[in-house]
Ligand binder design. Structure first.
Ligand code: HC1
Ligand code: SF4
Length: 560
């Protein structure tokens, strides 16, 4: 153990990678715009400056901690320095805070308030730049960019895409896609991970709140809502509910009070996906065609594979995602119900921005009709709950509606990396004995590593599996699969690190403790679930015997 002195107090440190981490460990929340522990250190915003005992001022994020260091974090010089940075940022920043989507969750706004910047001496003379609203998933507003580079590094270092970069120099510097192309015309997969790290309103979620309110208010429309696995452990974040707490019951209560007609669980859709995907895997293992089978439930990953590895496209499962399967079933049920005179609108509440693009894909339409009409991210539904004047924390916990409110633990764990694979393996092993479930969970499919491998015996055959999270890791693996260097039978990919729990539509910030709490909470939902296997969900069985009979392919699969 080594020691340094921070503000006259001795602080122990060990393997912290920079002085900033030691300062934060000591309980001082030094402000930053550009520091993220999972990204490379950029050191550009200089908000985390500290002063040493010789009067040297340096950025603590870029300095390695050394034994005996003596530093101060809040001297008058540093206060002045930080205020000046903020004032300069504000001077060239759009200041329509009251109407900004990031109002209340903007780091620039928060720090201006926290550090007492109440007056900006300089005019903003920058010309207004147009917004990029071309993407179905995110909106870019260059007028609100503070050039911290968080989005640039996330898209490059975590997602391996490099869609965004700095352009021009000096006062003209901007962040934009190459040649300032519209995002929709780039390789952007809509994952929203850039939005999740953007400290201001420069990258925000494409909103679908208004049409949903309108549908809810229309008595001739029956609005059905489905809630994704990872939403329930994040929707409480902005209501003071402990991080990771399962707020599904409270969310159901709030949605009813807001006017939604029927409230169901995407976990049920995940059960359907398990049924179909496990069948597809067995068929491909039998025929040997298009192995490995790639999962298809993450739209960011599907788009990535299509863009970057078109030669491997046939490997993607033909299964629609849980959201889409469920949407197709709900719409088909509505078509069959001759008593129902109202129009049916299906809304999904998703942790993911890319789901907004998924619903519009032509192969996700049934008889020319969209299966899901609107996607609201967890962040948008949070806003709607607040707009309705509801305090989620005060809501009673209510049950979801039947029949599609019933799902298995296997469906719940779809929201974490490895969950889809674990759920499919449960179905294929076909046992709900505790020892067998544990054996599957110990195969190596759990954990937060970017690439995990497992080998599982299915009958006579050893099935080789890879579980990938984060597109950069997917890129690494795909290259090796394509060249023949690596072989697998089944590959699960989730575009976002750790899976949907950190989706681009989730409430931010998503710190390390929040990530851990969400992940553990989804496993806990599975632990206490009475039904562990998707095929043991009685509603799934009824559906296959009834509504789905003869329509499995039409409603649950894509033609690629
Ligand atoms: Fe996901 Fe999925 S797990 S993709 O992360 O397969 O978004 O939560 O809804 O469709 O079920 C997201 C989550 C979600 C689908 C399921
Ligand atoms: Fe990159 Fe994802 Fe942002 Fe698109 S949405 S720019 S792919 S991080």
């Amino acid at each position: 153990m080594k020691y340094m002195t921070i503000n006259n107090r001795k602080v122990a440190f060990d393997d912290e990678k920079n002085v900033l981490s030691v300062i934060r460990k000591s309980g001082i929340d030094l402000p930053t715009f550009c520091y993220h522990s999972e990204l490379s250190t950029y050191g550009a915003c200089r908000m985390c400056v500290v002063e040493d005992d010789r009067g040297k001022v340096f950025a603590s994020c870029s300095e390695t901690p050394r034994e005996g260091m003596v530093i101060y974090t809040n001297t008058p010089r540093l206060q002045h320095h930080r205020k000046m940075i903020l004032e300069l940022l504000l001077a060239s920043h759009c200041r329509d805070c009251t109407t900004c989507r990031k109002n209340g969750v903007c780091t620039l706004q928060k720090l201006a308030q926290q550090l007492g910047v109440s007056y900006v001496r300089f005019e903003n003379n920058k010309p207004q730049l147009p917004l990029d609203e071309s993407s179905d998933c995110i909106v870019r507003d260059p007028n609100k960019c503070i050039l911290c580079g968080d989005c640039v590094r996330t898209c490059d270092e975590i997602q391996g895409l490099g869609v965004l970069d700095f352009a021009f120099r000096g006062a003209r510097m901007q962040v934009m896609p190459a040649f300032n192309k519209d995002l929709a015309k780039t390789d952007c997969v809509g994952c929203g991970q850039c939005r999740a790290v953007c400290p201001t309103g420069a990258i925000t979620i494409k909103q679908n709140i208004r049409p949903v309110w309108e549908a809810v208010a229309d008595k001739d429309i029956r609005v059905i809502v489905q809630i994704a696995p990872a939403v329930r452990v994040a929707v409480g974040d902005k209501f003071g509910i402990p991080k990771g707490e399962n707020s599904l019951g409270k969310l159901a209560a709030a949605l009813r009070r807001m006017g939604f007609d029927e409230i169901y669980d995407t976990n049920f859709g995940a059960d359907l996906t398990v049924m179909e995907e496990s069948e597809e895997l067995l068929e491909r293992l039998e025929s040997g065609d298009n192995l490995p089978l790639f999962t298809s439930c993450c739209p960011g990953w599907v788009k990535f594979c299509e863009n970057k590895y078109p030669g491997l496209r046939e490997h993607i499962s033909t299964c629609r995602s849980p959201q889409q399967m469920f949407g197709a079933v709900l719409k088909e049920e509505a078509r069959m119900d001759k008593e129902e005179k109202r129009k049916t609108v299906v809304v999904s509440i998703m942790p993911c921005t890319a789901k907004k693009a998924e619903i519009r894909r032509p192969e996700h339409k049934t008889d020319g009709e969209q299966d899901v009409d609107y996607v609201l991210t967890t962040t948008e539904v949070t806003r709607m709950i607040k707009e309705a004047g509801i305090d989620l924390a005060q809501m009673p916990s209510e049950a979801l509606d039947m029949p599609f409110g019933l799902s298995s633990g296997a469906g719940a764990i779809f929201g974490v990396t490895g969950g889809v694979t674990e759920a499919v393996l449960r179905r294929l092993v076909g046992s709900s004995r505790q020892e067998d479930l544990e054996d599957i969970s110990f195969t190596g499919v759990r954990g937060i590593e970017g690439i995990k491998e497992a080998t599982v015996a299915l009958g006579e055959r050893e099935v080789k599996i890879a579980v990938v999270n984060g597109l950069k890791c997917a890129d690494e693996l795909m290259g090796k699969i394509q060249s023949g260097e690596l072989y697998y039978d089944f590959v699960e990919v989730m575009a976002c690190r750790r899976g949907c729990i950190t989706g681009g539509g989730q409430p931010v910030p998503i710190g390390a403790r929040t990530k851990k709490a969400r992940l553990e909470a989804l496993y806990k939902i599975d632990t206490v679930a009475q039904i562990k296997l998707s095929n043991e969900n009685p509603i799934i069985q009824t559906l296959y015997r009834g509504l789905l009979k003869g329509k499995e392919h039409k409603l649950l699969h894509n033609e690629r």
